[in-house]
Design a protein around this ligand. Structure first.
Ligand code: B12
Length: 453
């Protein structure tokens, strides 16, 4: 009866492709892959495992370019995680911090931050290794897997204390997903922590949507269930949780076709791909159409890297079954285009708000800032810093997503306190881009607000 229903549904609903449909769309997606390859070739940018994953999950390849990128990733990660945890003093000592972050932390007196787990980055690197062709020897990967298991525990120690992982459920979910894709046993307790958080709706945070995190968790659940590495009862719970995530995404799909926003939509689409609902679920087709209408939104390496797997109809679960066939050299890099030069100037109002008790007043800064048309918010901040009085100061930290605004007027957003400098367009629209990518309109008021997440 059940089988009959499934067959009937498949026969009634028109099948749609999981990848971008039609030749024109496929060509546009190939151009996006070629742009990403162009950005990957720039040695000035730190290598990012998500970029490598997107190149590996594409239809077209530049095998030598991908090899070079993998070598850069090894350079960045292996020296740090190549040694065993025991050699690093575990379980009695925390692993050493990130070299760059340590230096920054020492400078700003935030040494505690340097010891925080790097669950997400290590998980993405391990996923990248699994996607490499040919796959590297498993030996050196063993210590990486041990480090990842250690980080998941460290993260959770934070959760017991604070009610959430030290990093985020997004990174915790990536950690579980990476272990599963590597076919490593994941302790039931580790899985249950994520499952319970999903069941209690703990993925959302103030000022941000939960879609990206829900999607990562649902991918991890689907992987665990598929690998048959858990008992029948837990498998049924994981299947139900992934189904629940998918149902909520369909229900919450916007008129614009997005699940959440344009940037979370590709992650959500990966869930439909991984659970094989992409061919039959009309919401998936609408989301694909919406992405294809908005490909221009994916202008940075990080956003392109997150969009491309879904545009190719692939999910991170496909990494587990990648075959290393001879891959033809069919992708040629396209160099980055400089932003168009616009004539004239615009004036933007820059406001800094601190709704916290430690601040003497809520509004700390409110000034017009003239900048050339087409300038980014980062340009606005630089002009404001140069123009004074009143004085304006800010700091950014480099991340794979671009510069992250970390300090304004001497006030630092603190990871431990889950505070951050939120970017808003007045009166209350949270920006969907960072300071380097957002280009304000003439007369727009932009608010930098110290917020909690
Ligand atoms: C968790 C999260 C946050 C947390 C990060 C803190 C933490 N300790 O984890 C908080 C709440 C602080 C945050 C803030 C913002 N975020 Co955010 N964030 C995420 C999320 C869900 C996961 C990031 C992550 O952990 N990645 C895994 C790790 C391994 O990768 P990573 O690159 O090292 O991650 C670090 C950086 O990405 C950085 N970060 C997080 N968000 C952003 C956004 C920007 C623009 C930059 C430069 C850096 C950055 O914090 C991460 C943890 O250290 C992603 C979802 C996604 N699809 O990527 C959105 C996401 C990256 N964020 C986004 C946005 C828009 C923002 C904000 C600009 C929102 C706003 N209006 O203020 C701010 C950044 C403002 C600033 N001060 O510069 C967008 C970026 C889209 C784009 N065009 O690039 C995403 C994709 C969400 C979405 N679907 O729209 N974010």
């Amino acid at each position: 009866m059940w089988l009959l229903l499934v067959l009937l549904q498949a026969a009634v609903l028109p099948a749609q492709p999981c990848e971008a449909p039609g030749e024109a769309a496929a060509a546009a997606v190939r151009v996006l892959s070629a742009r990403l390859l162009g950005l990957a070739a720039d040695p000035a940018r730190d290598p990012d495992p998500s970029v490598y994953l997107a190149l590996r999950l594409a239809d077209d390849h530049d095998p030598r370019g991908e090899e070079r990128y993998l070598a850069r990733l090894h350079d960045a990660f292996q020296h740090r995680y190549g040694r065993s945890l025991q050699a690093a003093g575990w379980p009695h000592a925390a692993p050493h911090g990130h070299p760059q972050r340590d230096a920054a932390a020492a400078e700003h007196g935030t040494s505690a931050e340097a010891e925080w787990p790097e669950t997400g980055r290590l998980a993405l690197y391990l996923l990248g290794l699994r996607a490499a062709c040919p796959p590297p020897e498993p030996g050196p990967q063993r210590s990486l897997v041990t480090w990842l298991k250690y980080y998941l525990e460290e993260d959770w120690a934070g959760s017991r204390q604070h009610g959430h992982p030290l990093t985020s459920y997004y990174q915790y979910g990536l950690g579980v997903l990476a272990l599963c894709v590597h076919r490593k046993r994941v302790r039931e307790e580790v899985i249950r922590r994520l499952l319970v958080a999903e069941q209690h709706g703990r993925f959302g945070h103030a000022g941000g949507s939960a879609v990206d995190t829900e999607a990562v968790a649902a991918l991890a659940f689907t992987c665990l269930e598929r690998e048959r590495s858990v008992g029948a009862r837990l498998a049924a719970e994981l299947r139900a949780a992934a189904r629940g995530v998918r149902r909520r995404m369909v229900e919450a799909q916007g008129q614009d076709g997005f699940f959440g926003n344009v940037y979370s939509t590709p992650w959500a689409m990966q869930v439909f791909i991984a659970t094989k609902a992409c061919r039959t679920q009309p919401a998936y087709g609408r989301a694909m159409a919406a992405l294809l209408r908005n490909l221009d939104a994916f202008a940075t390496a990080a956003t392109m890297a997150q969009a491309l797997p879904a545009l190719h109809g692939r999910s991170y679960l496909d990494i587990a079954s990648m075959h290393c066939r001879e891959e033809a050299d069919t992708l040629t890099a396209i160099g980055p285009e400089p932003p168009p030069k616009l004539p004239g100037n615009v004036t933007v109002r820059l406001v800094v708000e601190c709704p916290e008790l430690r601040c003497p007043q809520r509004r700390l800064y409110d000034q017009p800032v003239p900048v050339p048309a087409g300038a980014s918010l980062l340009d606005v901040l630089r002009v404001a810093a140069a123009q004074g009085p009143p004085d304006f100061m800010f700091d950014t930290q480099e991340t794979p997503q671009g510069p992250f605004l970390s300090r304004v007027l001497g006030l630092e957003a603190r990871q431990q306190k889950r505070s951050y400098w939120q970017l808003l367009s007045a009166p209350s629209t949270s920006l969907q881009m960072g300071v380097a990518d957002y280009r304000p309109r003439d007369g727009e008021s932009l608010i930098l607000r110290l917020s909690r997440w």
